[in-house]
Design a protein around this ligand. Sequence first.
Ligand SMILES: [Zn+2]
Length: 138
Amino acid sequence: MYLWKNSKVKKSSKLYSILKFKCPHCHEGNFFKSNNPYNFSSMSEHREKCSECGEKFSLEPGFYFGAMYVSYALGVAHMVSFVVAKWVLEIEMEFWNFIILVASSLILITPLYYALSKIVWANLFMNYKKKKDEKFIN
Ligand SMILES: [Zn+2]
């Protein structure tokens, strides 16, 4: 499953790698073993290295622990967007019903945020390497 499968995002941009779950180095190979974050057997497990360029996806042991910062930011942005939407659209709702709505939507979207946090974290530290004459240069 790709996010925005037919998007017109430029290939060399980090957004391309993030939205299409592609290798941060070459934007060709798949980053995850399964591109569907709701495939619970692989649960957004990333590959050891890229099938196209051979670059490793983990820079050091425990590299993806830092992805929890991205996951936290996504969760907070999710909750804030619900509060802002409730305020702007002037939706009348009891407090605990609103909390249950936000919490249940967050639980449903957590697998997607988990995958996004890992690929965003990888893209923070890995850069696109332009392909030129069969070699990858920086
Ligand atoms: Zn690659």
